[in-house]
Design a binder for this molecule. Structure first.
Ligand code: ADP
Length: 640
């Protein structure tokens, strides 16, 4: 049989990644072992999952384990598993290219930082660098793998220097063996062929792995009495023990979620979190629950302290694993958590679950639905109970995700509304809850005012808020695109309607009816001149200092929403705005006088366009014709 051998270049991103990993993780290099063990454990999980529907795939190799082998003479270390293995194409796809979004996000983050020095192990840990971390300790890595159900194997080899070779090979059973030819050990460095070094690393980083991690160790065992060498008086004169090599399981495999809270230390909780999340930072909060009764389950959930870089990637993994009596059923079980809690990581163990449950029917499963409802309630309780400082930390990392729930979870809308935080015109850069806002409302204030827009500074200085500010009315400043959807779904809070400062009548002051009559024909004239962009010209109820602003009717699209849709390339329905003019402003007096004198005056026409430009600039927008604008203003200044 002709053996296929190919040499490939690593993708450039992988090369960059390799260098970065090797350099910045050097002082934490023992983590490579945790990464390889966790891959091995995943591979066994996958195989067990497949075996539920594909009988016979396991053959007689049914005792799952991960085996570590040391060879001090050859200076090698091997990690072997009897998991699912990989086919030729899978090796090509998984090892040496960037198939995973996580790694891609990592590269992006790296480019943004553009400085290796700022890449901390914690940051890198978020991405689960995985297999590549073996190059921190190895000069050369060989991966030999045979996929379950296949009779051919694949060998992948690389020095981690830009190239790898991949070739068809032979292997007597299913699974993956990774052999590392270790770099020469420098003075004072750990020896990865030493028994105790490996024992300690496994204990520290991989103790919770569900499968035995075994290693051959030398042991002194007692020599049985009758085999000992004795003198004529019957006294032992030779050795009483002898050295044997035995396979020993290094990890305790303990499922800490099934223990009592009091029997688990904080350190164990944190280590378990790191084990399931690959995040090196300790979690922000944890939730350990045991529920009995009709819906019986145990859960250990964590809220990370930092949002991962792929938080908004819809394909990013959900972090809750499902178990049944400590037997792994599946990872990333989306059905257990609503979308807006997708950052939660952890384990759910439900003893009454059908072991053969498939992803397809999981959604309809009553038990799963009940667990989910229950967990969501507990998470709300947890978040509501957090100290302000901790909660604000949470909010800054995950608030934008949580907001999705206002729109998607009708049942819990009010609970989520309680958790919302916004900066306001009066909060001085601090977060305010809607509850706090309502408590501080003006005596005659009936509605909760908000304004949406791209950034805080533009919002806080918006002319739209002049009147509200002068009346001491607080306004929520919303700068997340998702807020546009939040305000559509959340129309009231605590019996008070939410009202956009940009839309509809603000009802703060009565319009001066006499002036309104005086300006009526002028406003009609302006409307006619600007009819392509403006649907109406109105006396303003919002402005005090500025002369013009743009607003909308209650059910119109906000200016920010229009911008969001346009920048997302979405077709936007025609959305003409209202031009509001401040009748109390001296400029209006002048314009009115010009209009009275000669309504066909060319300068009047220019001023009308200038009024519109001023309104556009006031909301941080771009004027249609900047050169006309600057010429007009220049002429005005020269004339002044
Ligand atoms: P990650 O584990 O974060 O996905 P890795 O670079 O460690 O990233 O691995 C990439 C992919 O290679 C894995 O997702 C898996 O599909 C495959 N893989 C790695 N190690 C093994 C193994 N021991 N057995 C089977 N597949 C593996």
């Amino acid at each position: 049989m002709a053996v296929k051998t190919e040499t490939h270049e690593f993708k450039t991103e992988v090369k960059q990644l390799l260098n970065l990993i090797i350099n910045s993780l050097y002082s934490n290099r023992e983590i490579f072992l945790r990464e390889l063990i966790s891959n091995a454990s995943d591979a066994i999980d996958k195989l067990r999952f497949q075996a539920q529907t594909e009988e016979g795939i396991l053959g007689d190799d049914t005792e799952f384990k991960i085996k570590i082998e040391r060879d001090a003479i050859k200076n090698t270390l091997t990690v072997e598993d009897n998991g699912i293995g990989m086919t030729y194409d899978e090796v090509l796809e998984n090892i040496g290219t960037i198939a995973k979004s996580g790694t891609n996000g990592f590269i992006e983050a790296m480019e943004q930082l553009n400085k290796e020095a700022t890449m901390t192990p914690e940051l890198i840990g978020q991405f689960g660098v995985g297999f590549y971390s073996s190059f921190i300790v190895a000069e050369k890595v060989t991966l030999l793998t045979r996929a379950a159900g296949s009779d051919t194997a694949v060998r992948w080899e690389s020095h981690g220097d830009g190239e790898f070779t991949i070739t068809e090979a032979e292997k007597d059973r299913r699974g993956t063996v990774i052999t590392m030819e270790l770099k020469k050990k420098e003075e004072g460095e750990q020896d990865f062929t030493d028994e105790w070094t490996i024992r300690n690393i496994v204990k520290q980083h991989s103790d919770f792995v569900a499968y035995p991690i075994v290693m051959e160790v030398e042991k002194d065992i007692p020599i049985p009495e009758e085999e000992q060498i004795k003198d004529s008086d019957g006294k032992t004169i030779g050795e009483t023990t002898r050295k044997v090599v035995e396979e020993e399981t290094l990890n305790s495999k303990k499922a800490i979620w099934s223990k009592n809270k009091n029997d688990v230390t904080d350190k164990e909780y944190d280590e378990f979190y790191q084990h399931i999340s690959h995040d090196w930072n300790p979690p922000l909060e944890k939730l350990h629950l045991k529920l009995e009764g009709t819906t019986e389950y145990t859960a250990l959930l964590y809220i990370p302290s930092q949002a991962p870089f792929d938080l908004f990637n819809p394909e990013a993994k959900h972090g809750v694993h499902l178990y049944c009596k400590r037997v792994f059923i599946m990872g990333d079980c989306k059905e257990l958590m609503p979308e807006y809690f997708r950052f939660v990581k952890g384990v759910v163990d439900a003893p009454d679950l059908n072991l053969n449950i498939s992803r397809e029917i999981l959604q309809q499963d009553r038990l799963v639905r009940n667990i989910r409802r229950n967990l969501v309630k507990k998470l709300f309780d947890l978040l509501n109970g957090l100290e302000q400082e901790t909660y604000e930390k949470f909010w800054e990392e995950f608030g934008a995700v949580l907001k999705v729930g206002v729109q998607t979870d009708f049942e819990n809308k009010t609970k989520i509304a309680d958790l919302l935080r916004y900066k306001t015109t009066k909060s001085d850069g601090k977060w305010r809850s809607l509850q706090e806002y309502v408590e501080a409302m003006q005596p005659d204030q009936k509605e909760i005012y908000y304004l949406t827009g791209e950034n805080l500074s533009a919002l806080i200085n918006s002319p739209l808020l002049e009147q509200l500010k002068s009346k001491e009315v607080e306004v929520l400043l919303m700068t997340d695109p998702i807020d546009e959807w939040v305000t559509q779904a959340l129309t009231e809070y605590d019996g008070k309607k939410l009202k956009s400062a940009e839309k509809g009548d603000l009802d703060l002051d009565k319009v001066d009816e006499d002036k309104k009559d005086k300006y009526e024909t002028l406003f009609k004239h302006i409307r006619a001149k600007l009819e392509d962009t403006i649907k109406e010209v109105r006396p303003s109820t919002r402005l005090t200092g500025s002369v013009a602003c743009l607003s909308g009717d209650t059910f119109d699209m906000s200016g920010y929403m229009e911008k969001i849709l346009k920048s997302a390339g979405q077709p936007t329905p025609e959305n003409k705005r209202v031009l509001e003019l401040n009748m109390a402003h001296p400029v209006m007096e002048k314009v009115h006088a010009m209009f009275e004198a000669d309504k066909d005056d060319a300068r009047l026409n220019e001023y009308i366009h200038l009024l519109l430009d001023l309104a556009v600039i006031g909301e941080g927008g771009k004027v249609d014709d900047p050169s006309r604008f600057s010429k007009l203003v220049g002429d005005l200044m020269a004339g002044a």
